[in-house]
Ligand binder design. Structure first.
Ligand SMILES: [Ca+2]
Ligand SMILES: [Ca+2]
Length: 203
């Protein structure tokens, strides 16, 4: 019976307009000193995407900071913060992003938040499910608390080909630290592959 009551989900409009106006406590960033990038090292087979900010263009939802404001994909419905790692890809496959922090804890669609303020706020499913916004994007952000100093590892996993639209897939990964782009890279993935694309260090 409860399921029947929920069958209208998906109709437009939030239940409460006032709730949307309340700022989440962890969105208040002003008092937190931003982390600083020490280094970022991709694996040798990753292709670095040149960053040309002499001619910023309008932002699109592609894991690239097109408008060069230090925020990856602003206005796309997922967020930034003190750090941000974003992946996009170019087929209907389901690609998953994994970020492992200094304490060895790994964020992904399976573990969407940590006490240190990291959270997965968008996890695209490619063509594996119908009708979701930005199905070819995964995004991790750090809000509220300063991210721990240390090494972060970024992996991508080719979870599945979904309908019939997978095959080799180019994945784009961008990292922003303290509202500055630390690096942006591209790597091809085959079905089932899981690759550690890069490491970065913050303090
Ligand atoms: Ca931007
Ligand atoms: Ca973009």
């Amino acid at each position: 019976m409860l399921l029947l009551a929920c069958s209208g989900r998906g109709a437009d409009g939030p239940a409460s307009e006032t709730a949307r106006e309340v700022l989440e406590p962890d969105e208040v960033l002003s008092v937190v000193e931003p982390p600083v990038l020490v280094s970022i090292v991709p694996i040798s087979t990753a292709e670095e995407i040149p960053r040309d900010c002499s001619n910023p263009v309008e932002e699109s939802c592609n894991a690239i900071d097109d408008n060069c404001d230090g925020v990856i994909d602003d206005g796309c419905g997922y967020g930034t913060g003190l750090m941000q790692v974003t992946a996009s890809w170019d087929t209907g496959a389901d690609i998953d992003l994994y970020v492992t922090g200094p304490l060895g804890d790994t964020l992904s669609f399976q573990r969407r938040a940590t006490p240190s303020g990291a959270r997965v706020d968008h996890s695209g499913r490619g063509d594996c499910i119908g009708d979701m916004p930005n199905p070819q994007i995964e995004n991790v952000r750090w809000v509220g608390k300063r991210p721990l100093d240390g090494i972060y590892e970024v992996e991508v996993h080719y979870w599945g080909e979904c309908v019939s639209s997978g095959g080799p897939t180019n994945v784009t990964i961008s990292v922003a630290v303290g509202r500055q782009i630390a690096g942006q890279y591209r790597h091809s993935l085959l079905p089932g592959e899981r690759i550690r694309i890069l490491r970065f260090v913050v303090q």
